[in-house]
Design a binder for this molecule. Structure first.
Ligand code: NAD
Length: 441
């Protein structure tokens, strides 16, 4: 497994749990040092136990020696990052191609090289060319096996997936069958739970990942627009989401209105899909609109918060509940908290922030002045003029409105994740606003 980040580490631990022998190659010195000490450099529920058990069972190891890791491997996964390339939205494939070259140089016999990273259509073939150019004599096949896990529930998602997609090079005589056989064996434990395993071409598999993420992002942008409409016409976006979501054709998931999607995948994958379509001369107007709606929404959140604070935040203390892009992760990539807190600080606010897992990752990304990091949510709320909920961690849901009112100096609560009950907030005397719901129920 080349890359021991969110995807590489979870995939490696789960493949080891399936009974395979897995060697993880990680080049980031901090991450590797932690892994070697048995520490998990990211926050993902259940991962520490799974990693520890598989290290103990001698099925999982970590290092930076690629030659050692690929020696005798039947499958070599590339799980390195594919961030957006500066400026043009295209996925930056520097890490993928560098890893492919390292793998090519290190291989000693047949293996299937698998992209687990999210990569644009055509990347599998380009990797195949790189490997063949560097090692013309080498026997290998190429496969694409995109990962659909969600941070925060990654192990469950990997172990009980809705489906596994495996793309192989159907043009290569015999290659597809050989690669499929190895991949089928790797995922065999999932046959017991009858998880569908879908074999496709390389191109279909690569595109499935972008299409899936773009569709989910589109669903979020859709419900966010509906939330704005609900606010204008006095409807409730929760009732609306339930009313449409119970229709099996629509589905209930991903209909939660909020401050706009963030995280390490949706923003970059929607942009990359637009770019792929553009280069292919195809239209992607729905995805373009999805991105525009989301960008506008994120940009409008600062104004919404300021309006809720009476039009001005200068000299006001705002408690921020949650910094990560979603709960149960420490991932801060493209989190809504980053632009929002910068905007509030620029406008003279004092921030008292708390996040259960993301504070270490957040510090370098947030202003280095006017932000105090608190020990818990009640600590953040103490003496605050306003509370701003940015991430729906369960521990925030449990706080009683009366307690919050007692801790605060002011009364304003701006809940961008709709975790509190408007009526209960009202009863406690709080000036509560949320997304897509009537202000005074
Ligand atoms: P990440 O940044 O957490 O992990 C990538 C890791 O690869 C880093 O630790 C980096 O040090 C390491 N690395 C880079 N080059 C290397 C090399 N040559 N040799 C060894 N290690 C190397 O990224 P991630 O979130 O795990 O994402 C990886 C890929 O999976 C991306 O393409 C992403 O789009 C995709 N993906 C991510 C998620 C998610 O929820 N994070 C879900 C599905 C798919």
């Amino acid at each position: 497994m080349i890359g021991g980040g969110y995807v590489g580490l979870v995939s490696a631990a789960c493949f080891a749990e399936f009974g395979n022998q897995v060697a993880v190659v990680e080049t980031h010195p901090g991450r590797l040092a932690a892994l070697r000490k048995g520490e998990i450099p990211i926050y993902e529920p259940g991962l520490d136990r799974l990693v520890a058990e598989n290290i103990k069972a001698d099925r999982l190891s970590f290092g930076d020696d690629i030659a050692h890791a690929v020696e005798g491997a039947e499958a070599i996964f590339l799980a390195v990052g594919t961030p957006p390339r500066n400026g043009d939205g295209h996925a930056d494939l520097t890490y993928v191609f560098a890893a492919a070259e390292q793998v090519a140089r290190a291989m000693t016999g047949y293996a299937v090289i698998v992209t687990k990273s999210t990569v644009p259509v055509g990347t599998g073939r380009r990797i195949s060319e790189i490997v063949s150019r560097l090692r013309p004599e080498l026997d290998f096949d190429m496969a694409s096996n995109p990962e659909f896990l969600r941070e925060g529930s990654a192990i469950g998602d990997f172990m009980k997936p809705d489906r596994v997609v495996i793309g192989t090079d159907t043009d290569r005589p015999g290659g597809a069958a050989r690669a499929q056989e190895i991949m089928r064996r790797l995922y065999r434990p999932l046959y017991v739970i009858e998880a569908p395993i879908l074999f496709t071409s390389l191109e279909s598999s690569e595109l499935i990942k972008y299409a899936a993420n773009s569709f989910l992002a589109m669903k979020i942008s859709f419900i966010n627009e509906m939330a704005d409409l609900c606010e204008r016409v006095g409807a409730d976006v929760h009732e609306l989401a339930r009313g449409i979501g119970l229709d099996g054709r629509i589905g209930r998931k991903f209909l939660h209105a909020g401050p706009g999607y963030g995280g390490s995948c949706f923003p970059k994958d929607t942009l990359a899909l637009m770019r792929i379509a553009q280069e292919a001369g195809a239209s992607s107007r729905l995805v373009e609109a999805t991105v525009q709606v989301n960008d506008a929404r994120k940009a409008s959140m600062g104004a919404r918060i300021m309006a809720a604070c009476g039009g001005n935040v200068r000299g006001k203390t705002i408690a921020v509940f949650g910094l990560t892009f979603k709960p149960e992760t420490d991932d801060m990539r493209d989190a809504a908290s980053i632009p929002i807190i910068h905007r509030l600080v620029e406008n003279g606010a004092e921030i008292r922030a708390f996040d259960p897992a993301g504070m270490t990752a957040a510090k370098p990304l947030l202003p280095d002045h006017n932000v105090t990091y608190c020990v818990d949510a009640p600590d953040a709320a103490t003496g605050a003029d306003a509370i701003l909920v940015l991430t729906e961690w369960n521990e925030f849901r449990a706080l009683s409105p009366e307690r919050l009112r007692g801790l605060m100096q002011g009364r304003v609560v701006i809940d961008l994740r709709n975790i509190y009950d408007p009526a209960a907030m009202d009863t406690a005397g709080l000036d509560y606003s949320s997304i897509g719901r009537p202000r005074n129920p």
